[in-house]
Design a protein around this ligand. Structure first.
Ligand code: SIN
Length: 493
């Protein structure tokens, strides 16, 4: 199906929305301004969406604040039922949502459909967790007192989300927020607002009340500033770059908001001499080339022990060579385009820096013949720790191979960064897997596995990769306040 037919079909399904959602109403920007949403594979304009700023954001905050009063008063069972209904609708529309993701983000359709399942699973998981927000009773040091701890929703949440997972990064935040009674203003990336709007339409269809979920998009800094300035917004949750995360953290201090940050990584993927080579190749391939290398948990440095280095480099390059590049809607494509020109330039400049300092191209190393923002899946050997590609996230389909001698050296190289999100190790030695996992300064460690994200496990980083955890039973705590209640005169004397 061509892009125009697809767009028409998505429009008639009611899931291609081109207005923002405030207080349950679909609206344009107050000054009528719009921004174009492009298909990164073709450059074509899919549609235009409102380019909003502080006025619209303040109205979204007011509607969210009003909705908080009634939504937080509903029983956990009621909130759970609405979330479950939302999950059912997301799954029922898995195909259309997957198509929207491929259309605006570029990832291959099978991967996009996988994201819909992954994203919807957060809503299902938190529909269940809604009923398990337990408080506590503390043994009192005084005989006539009873001490209780209540857990209560923080209030209005500003959720600022990235383009690389247009659905899952929203549901991972909105699921736990709604489950415990918070209301939300979502600010999706201007590159990928359409999936967010479709998900919000389905939230309305699930009976989640007007104002509980709002979506505004447009001028990122105006929207961000309005969310930060408002005392009614009690929490900011953000996935994106470390630089923006630091600004949000500073901005949140003015009104002392709670904040969760899921920021950039620089994931090491350590392959020891004793690894099973097939497992290591498959794991490193998944960890590096998911979403064309555009995830915060993508392996950024593949650190290989000297005894297995040549064998691994050869087997890995062969596997990478088999990755078909193309439009995400074409059959068998495993690598789509990068999101935009700026992303492509970044990849090119990192590769250039590495080559100028002695790295060698084993595969790829240049723009793909398809043109636009397609880049060839690339493997570089002889990469050194001081090269730009080892210091910062390349966020593209380039796998740099570094060499190490000893376990101590591998741990030192892996930890030699300000980032601390994901790490991967490949070894058949059980003691080593524990020892190295414990020594790695990272929030997530995959052992003999390259795909580790799931709604049931805590996702988040340490050091400058962020604050807080998303998903799992721990993820809901980020949206709760503790209230201590002291009951006096309890012995009746
Ligand atoms: C991200 O890239 O920020 C998220 C990746 C994931 O959820 O696996």
């Amino acid at each position: 199906m061509d892009a125009q037919n697809l767009t028409a079909r998505l429009k008639s399904s009611g899931l291609l929305r081109s207005q923002a959602l405030i207080g349950g109403k679909w609206i344009d920007a107050y000054d009528g301004k719009t921004i174009k949403v492009h298909n990164p594979a073709t450059g074509e304009v899919i549609t235009e969406v409102p380019c909003m700023g502080s006025k619209e954001t303040n109205d979204a905050i007011s509607s969210s604040y009003d909705a908080f009063y009634s939504w937080s008063k509903r029983t956990a069972a009621e909130r759970s039922r609405h979330l479950r209904k939302w999950y059912d609708l997301l799954i029922a529309h898995r195909e259309e949502l997957g198509q929207l993701i491929t259309l605006e983000q570029g990832k291959p359709l099978t991967e996009a459909m996988g994201e819909v399942t992954y994203g919807a699973n957060f809503i299902e998981f938190f529909s269940e967790e809604a009923k398990r927000v337990y408080g506590d009773i503390i043994p009192s040091p005084l005989a006539d007192r009873r001490l209780l701890v209540l857990k209560q929703p923080v209030g209005v949440v500003g959720a600022i989300t990235p383009w690389n997972f247009p659905l899952a990064m929203i549901t991972r935040k909105v699921g736990p927020a709604l489950a415990c009674g918070c209301t939300v203003i979502i600010k999706p990336s201007e590159f990928t607002p359409l999936t967010a709007l479709a998900a919000a339409e389905l939230a309305l269809q699930a009976g989640i009340p007007p104002g509980a979920v709002n979506v505004v998009m447009g001028n990122a800094s105006d929207i961000g500033d309005a969310l930060l300035a408002s005392p009614q917004v009690r929490k900011i949750t953000f996935t994106g770059s470390t630089a923006v995360g630091k600004k949000l953290m500073a901005g949140a201090s003015a009104t002392v908001k709670k904040i969760s940050l899921e920021l950039g990584g620089n994931a090491p993927c350590i392959v020891f001499d004793d690894a099973d080579i097939d497992v290591a190749v498959k794991g490193a391939l998944g960890a590096k080339f998911r979403n064309s290398g555009q995830t915060c948990v993508c392996a950024n440095r593949i650190i290989v022990q000297e005894g297995i280095y040549e064998k691994f480099a050869d087997a890995f390059s062969k596997a990478v060579q088999n990755l078909k590049v193309g439009d995400g809607f074409s059959e068998g494509v495993a690598q789509g385009p990068l999101i935009n020109e700026a992303a492509l330039h970044k990849v090119e400049s990192f590769v250039q820096d590495a080559l100028s300092k002695g790295a060698k191209v084993l595969l790829g190393g240049k723009r793909h013949s398809l043109g636009r923002t397609f880049y060839e899946p690339t493997v570089l050997s002889d990469v050194k720790s001081e090269m730009l590609i080892s210091r910062e996230e390349v966020f593209g389909p380039v796998a740099p191979l570094l060499r190490f001698k000893t376990e101590e050296e591998a741990i030192r190289m892996a930890n030699d960064t300000n980032a601390g999100l994901a790490a991967y190790i490949f070894t058949n030695n059980v003691q080593r897997s524990w020892r190295v996992t414990e020594a790695l300064e990272y929030g997530l460690v995959g052992v003999n596995e390259g795909l580790i994200s799931t709604e049931v496990a805590p996702f988040g980083g340490i050091k400058q990769s962020g604050l807080g955890r998303e998903g799992s039973k721990y993820g809901i705590d980020e949206y709760l306040e503790l209230k201590y209640m002291c009951l006096g005169n309890m012995t009746g004397n």
